[in-house]
Design a protein around this ligand. Sequence first.
Ligand SMILES: NC(=O)c1ccc[n+]([C@@H]2O[C@H](COP(=O)([O-])OP(=O)(O)OC[C@H]3O[C@@H](n4cnc5c(N)ncnc54)[C@H](OP(=O)(O)O)[C@@H]3O)[C@@H](O)[C@H]2O)c1
Length: 221
Amino acid sequence: MNILITGANRGLGLEFVNQYKMSSNNRIFACCRNPQQLQIEEENVTVHKLDVTSLDNMKELKSEIANTPIDLLIHNAGVYGSKNSFGNVDVDSWLNTLKINTIAPLKLSEILVDNVAASQKKMIAIITSKMGSISDNTSGGSYVYRTSKSAVNMVGVSMSRDLKPQGITVLLLHPGWVETDMGGSNALLKPKESVEGMCKVIETTTDSGAFFAYDGQKINW
Ligand SMILES: NC(=O)c1ccc[n+]([C@@H]2O[C@H](COP(=O)([O-])OP(=O)(O)OC[C@H]3O[C@@H](n4cnc5c(N)ncnc54)[C@H](OP(=O)(O)O)[C@@H]3O)[C@@H](O)[C@H]2O)c1
């Protein structure tokens, strides 16, 4: 499979690269803001510059990969955003978080849709969060992060409807609470376990527009 991953230099994105690169049948397009941060020797990995807030970067990436089919497009890059609590929300931080977590998965999908449609697997996976589930929100707060993930869930469902005629499957994936810079040291899962679970969901499901946790459980909106 040809697999393109955003935010591939650390955390879950890097773990996706490390797990998928093990198969020589896979070719990985590892995208990150600072390509020099990702030194990878394997022949089946190429590193590409992509700040997901930059439409220019997205267009440059498209010209680098040209018409190469992309079997699996993983929108992983994300931020938690600062000043998340009631009375403390900063508008600029909120807008920046929406650009990264919500708008980028749509714009990059628009730019690469022909590459995905030309592939065998034809899948777009958005790494979202259970914190974007409205029914799961019993603790409040986290306005910036929660809204960005609720909104990207809606992006994913709309794309699943719009891209159905092209045979494209869109999945919304919750990685669990994972020990990364974002998840922190108290998290319950290591990146390896989370990404192994998400790869299994990616491998086995064709339920386009559905919201799954890393362990295959469906999540309520
Ligand atoms: N960890 C968890 O517990 C957890 C739970 C639920 C959902 N998630 C989701 O999982 C995804 C990955 O999170 P993580 O835990 O791996 O976080 P992380 O360790 O903080 O990594 C975040 C990644 O996103 C990249 N990124 C941020 N802004 C970017 C931009 N403008 N352009 C390109 N890349 C950008 C970062 O690149 P730089 O190094 O350049 O900043 C980094 O590679 C996110 O979407 C997150 O919301 C994580």
